[in-house]
Design a binder for this molecule. Structure first.
Ligand code: PSU
Length: 307
């Protein structure tokens, strides 16, 4: 038990109380990752995908001094419409201050993992995790998502790390931190908008049951931290590396010229890639989120079965 200020929606409270499968969802992707109204459509649709796959969705956000675990449709709409500048982007460092100040905050992968764990939720679906930014040897910009994966026992399903990042360095850091990076159904790590990255996957699994067993095994071994499931984007939504790379490089160049730093880097780059691909990257991002939600729900279902 913990003393965290958690406010469960009735549906999530019922499911957790009865030991039924629940999948956590983050809210930064809604407030800082996608434009309105596509963000709201995505947030609603992803919940539906999880329900169809037999689990209960729990979108997480901070509002009015409480961590909301499961949002009403009104809250979801309000969050999706609030300008990004008015919502705090919460990572491990910001969570307590946001709650203490009574601000509204959207949870990143790191903060969602913390809240999910406090709430007793073991699986979480997102688009792509944060990681080591390109040029990190100068900026030291490394997402707190990586350290969170090393310490909080939640299985995170993502389409890899976002390809705006330095992917080889991101995987190196995860290896150093002892985070299992499990490619789903292929031998290569996916690269968010693309199925392939040219980087061999350190681990591979081919079924939700295996992934649930590995999570249980980590607990039995007393190993801290979660596991990252890298789920390739479906072929019909893919943008190939050769197509997306020049766009990423252009966006990165602009970010540097404009002096974009810290928490603004990822939202800036995602927005510019969206504009430069004339919306194609967003359609792709939504496609991969749905695919991750489905797999996360299947893993959550397996986790509730007797071992
Ligand atoms: N997945 C997406 N879009 C996003 C994110 C994930 O498809 O915008 C968010 C997540 O909340 C992740 C954050 O934690 O981007 C990474 O931000 P940073 O690089 O500043 O740590």
């Amino acid at each position: 038990m913990n003393d965290a200020p958690l406010l469960f929606s009735p549906e999530v409270a019922d499911a957790l109380g009865a030991g039924r499968p629940v999948v956590a969802l983050e809210s930064t992707i809604i407030t800082h990752g996608m434009p309105y109204p596509q963000n709201l459509d995505m947030a609603r649709e992803v919940e539906q995908v999880i329900r169809t796959a037999g689990a209960v969705p729990a979108t997480i956000a901070v509002m009015g001094h409480q961590i909301h675990v499961g949002l009403t449709d009104d809250s979801l709409e309000q969050l999706a419409q609030t300008p990004a500048g008015e919502v705090m982007k919460l990572s491990r460092a910001d969570l307590a201050v946001c709650l203490a100040n009574g601000r509204t905050g959207a949870t990143t992968v790191a903060a969602t993992m913390i809240c999910a764990h406090l709430a007793g939720i073991r699986v979480f679906a997102t688009g792509g995790i944060g990681g080591v930014h390109r040029g990190a040897e100068h900026s030291f910009d490394i997402s707190a998502d990586l350290h969170e994966l090393a310490q909080t026992p939640v299985t995170v399903v993502a389409a890899g790390a976002k390809a705006i990042l330095d992917l080889p360095k991101t995987w190196e850091v995860l290896e150093t931190l002892g985070v299992p990076v499990i490619a789903y159904g292929q031998d290569e790590l996916p690269a968010f908008w693309s199925r392939n990255s040219g980087i061999p996957a350190p681990l591979r699994m081919d079924s939700p049951g295996q992934i649930a067993t590995a999570a249980r095994m980590r607990a039995r071994l007393g190993l801290a931290g979660g596991q990252l499931v890298a789920n390739p984007i479906p072929p019909n939504h893919e943008i190939t590396q050769s197509e997306i790379l020049p766009v990423i490089l252009k966006a990165l160049d602009e970010a540097e010229t404009q002096g974009i730093a810290t928490k603004s880097v990822t939202p800036f780059l995602l927005q510019r890639v969206f504009e430069l691909t004339e919306g194609k990257s967003l359609a792709s991002n939504i496609g991969l989120v749905m695919n991750n939600a489905r797999l996360a729900a299947e893993i959550a279902v397996e986790m509730t079965k007797p071992a």
